[in-house]
Design a binder for this molecule. Structure first.
Ligand code: HEC
Length: 396
């Protein structure tokens, strides 16, 4: 019962996290788009107005005005956009704790890479988030913060180094999520410590009738720019656990770095396009790079993972029964598993045959299954499964 309730809790938190994230990214995309599409006001506008935008949506006409600096008088109600970011981060941390910390031995640790205890793994995970934010914040405040490109290059190198390190000690899937959690933490931290204080300063300065402190505004602009480029990579990482062909590869960290670079360049294309600048080459290069990445990361010929001798179905059934069915069955026997994960059941001959392609994809091509190799599947057993699927996956 408690496992069941915990799963409901996790489901609700995940649902909430996605909703808050959609709201956050939605407003962020909207304001980016808005800024790119503001034009000189047509006709009657106060002198303080710098630009405007007309839109039609949901059966109504909208007119948005952007002030050059600030309106002469503050309105009664001023909307801030911050809770989307805070709730996304809070629910993200809860989810990270539920799935990867509470389930550390299954999802975070990988006994084939290191013998960390769950406690040590969690400690490193929390440390990565805290130290990662501090390092990022210091870099932004250092003189390097004024050199956008150098800072971006260093940031990318540091993230790649972190991904490499985490992939050496954690399950690749857990390593990906930790990198994503750090990016998410930095993004939410940027809103909390950088962007919102700058906006508060603007409002306070107006109320007090003085000029706002320009340093805060500059720092907010830098952080907001970073958040813009972080968006696509972080979104990929958040869905990456569905895609073992990315993190399940031997070059897991390099694939993550390449995907981050490609997706940030796509974001760059959108930014340039929004400003009306020429940038024809970025999108084709990104497309070619993505195809190239898919090709170079393709699994080597299955010869490496296939047995040299033909195999019998009895062998296959025996392997699946002992290595997979403890979890993937109508009535799982593996401790803590209450129902077949992802509704994948491998407890009868028919089900094994029907799932042949999946079995190969998850336990031969990538070694994502058995999860954390909890049932201690051997390389020979993987080779047998590979050979059986290659030979037509028949149940004699
Ligand atoms: C210790 C329990 C456990 C064992 C043993 C196990 N799995 Fe899984 N399996 C899971 C869990 C948990 C998930 C859901 C993973 C997730 O959330 O990404 C899963 C998911 C899957 C999926 C669906 C993947 C997807 O992304 O849709 C397949 C296919 C699969 N397992 C096949 C296997 C095969 C084949 C074996 C044996 C070689 C195996 N599993 C052994 C726990 C297990």
């Amino acid at each position: 019962m408690s496992d069941h309730l915990l799963q409901w809790f996790e489901t609700l938190i995940r649902w909430f996290h996605i909703t808050a994230g959609a709201a956050w990214i939605g407003t962020s995309f909207y304001f980016n788009w808005l800024n790119n599409n503001l034009r000189a006001p047509e006709g009657d506008a106060e002198p303080e107005v710098g630009s405007e935008l007309w839109a039609v949506h949901g059966g109504g006409f909208y007119r948005v005005l952007k002030y050059k600096v600030a309106p002469a008088r503050l309105p009664g109600t001023l909307h801030w956009f911050k809770w989307e970011a805070y709730f996304t981060w809070i629910s993200g941390v809860v989810l990270l704790s539920l799935v990867y910390f509470l389930g550390a031995s299954v999802f975070l640790l990988d006994p084939s890479k290191s013998s960390l205890s769950p406690g040590a793994g969690i400690g490193i995970g929390v440390g990565v988030l805290a130290v990662g934010w501090l390092v990022y914040d210091l870099l932004c405040k250092s003189p390097l913060g004024r050199q956008k490109v150098a800072l971006a290059a260093l940031g990318f190198a540091l993230f790649t180094g972190l991904a490499f390190g985490l992939c050496q000690i954690f399950s690749s899937r857990g390593a990906y999520i930790l990198v994503g959690a750090l990016i998410g933490t930095i993004m939410a931290g940027n809103v909390f410590f950088g962007i919102i204080p700058a906006q508060r300063e603007m409002v306070d300065a107006m109320t007090a009738g003085r000029d706002p402190d320009p340093a805060k505004g500059k720092s907010a602009a830098l952080r907001s720019l970073h958040n813009n480029y972080f968006t696509l990579p972080v979104l990929f990482i958040m869905i990456s656990n569905h895609y073992p062909h990315t993190y399940g590869h031997a070059w897991d960290w390099a694939i993550l770095a390449a995907l981050a670079l490609i997706s940030a360049s796509v974001r760059h294309w959108f930014n340039l396009r929004g400003r009306g600048e020429k940038n024809v080459w970025i999108l084709p290069v990104a497309t070619v790079a993505m195809v190239a990445l898919a090709l170079v990361s393709a699994p080597k010929s299955t010869a490496t993972a296939a047995a040299s001798q033909p195999v019998t179905f009895a062998q296959v059934q025996n392997i699946v029964q002992t290595r997979c069915a403890p979890c993937h069955a109508d009535h799982p026997t593996f401790e803590g598993t209450t129902s077949a994960p992802k509704d994948v059941r491998l407890d009868t001959a028919e089900r094994i045959v029907a799932a042949a392609a999946q079995i190969k994809a998850k336990s031969v091509t990538t070694q994502y299954m058995p999860l954390a190799n909890l049932t201690q599947m051997t390389p020979e057993e993987r080779a047998v499964l590979g050979r059986w699927v290659d030979d037509g996956a028949r149940a004699e």
